[in-house]
Ligand binder design. Structure first.
Ligand SMILES: C[S@@+](CC[C@H](N)C(=O)[O-])C[C@H]1O[C@@H](n2cnc3c(N)ncnc32)[C@H](O)[C@@H]1O
Length: 226
């Protein structure tokens, strides 16, 4: 596995209130069965779920409602999720348990470590929904979307693979469009304004989306790996 420097932290807290007993129990029982350990070496998606039709990744899944809903709609797809916030991971475990999902694997940690551990062209789809906006200029370096992340996504998405990014912060939308436009590996698929103004047909609302904390209505960007 290539040696990569530890990237600057792109997330805030990793714990908040006490995790509810039912969810804490799932951390002990369910998480060990579905946890990914990208820090121990390369990951082989074929071994994680033999015969999976596709492999999708959600980066920063928050409470896991979107990830679980996508996994429930497509049980032949292996859905990987990365989120360093333990309360979010605990909530995701509840969704996975309640829906009886067998096609989700979690990494409670930095998605960039997961990308490093995945083989080239391993992924068909990536979701980055309402990432931490880090609106202050001095915090822009903490934004998840950086040239190195775009490169790692280009390596791990196969040709024709899709990446969905959503934000309700206008500056983060511009920032993301600029960084993907600079990559020769991605094409923004939008053809008309509704393509970025309206949620895609298969979208499932997320907790942060509903909070409407940004300065604009949500914008949806879909990039194709070329
Ligand atoms: C604003 S929240 C949005 C959560 C969820 N996507 C939603 O829409 O409700 C952003 C999340 O991204 C996570 N995050 C930030 N940097 C990350 C990284 N490098 N890898 C994985 N998750 C990350 C944070 O912990 C946080 O839970």
């Amino acid at each position: 596995m290539p040696e990569t420097p530890i990237p600057i932290r792109s997330f805030g807290r990793t714990r908040s209130r006490t995790i509810k007993p039912m969810q804490a129990a799932l951390i002990d029982t369910l998480l060990p069965r579905i946890a990914l350990d990208p820090l121990s070496g390369p990951l082989d998606p074929d071994r994680l779920m033999p015969g999976a039709a596709e492999v999708w990744l959600e980066i920063g899944f928050g409470g896991g409602e979107h990830m679980a809903a996508q996994a429930a709609q497509r049980d032949e797809v292996l859905v990987l999720g990365a989120e360093p916030f333990w309360n979010g991971a605990a909530s995701a475990l509840r969704h996975i348990d309640e829906a009886g999902l067998a096609n989700v694997r979690l990494y409670v940690g930095d998605a960039r470590a997961l990308l490093t551990a995945l083989p080239d062209a391993a992924l068909e789809r990536v979701f980055i929904l309402f990432p931490d906006p880090w609106p202050k200029l001095r915090h822009h370096k903490r934004r998840l979307i950086q040239p190195e992340t775009v490169e790692a996504l280009a390596r791990t998405l196969g040709p024709g693979g899709r990446l969905r990014f959503a934000s309700d912060w206008s500056d983060y939308i511009d920032w993301t469009l600029e960084r993907f436009a600079r990559s020769p590996h991605f094409r923004w698929t939008a053809e008309r304004a509704d393509d970025w103004r309206r949620p895609p047909a298969d979208h499932v609302s997320t907790r942060y989306e509903e909070k409407r904390l940004g300065d604009i209505d949500p914008v949806w960007l879909e990039f194709e790996r070329i």
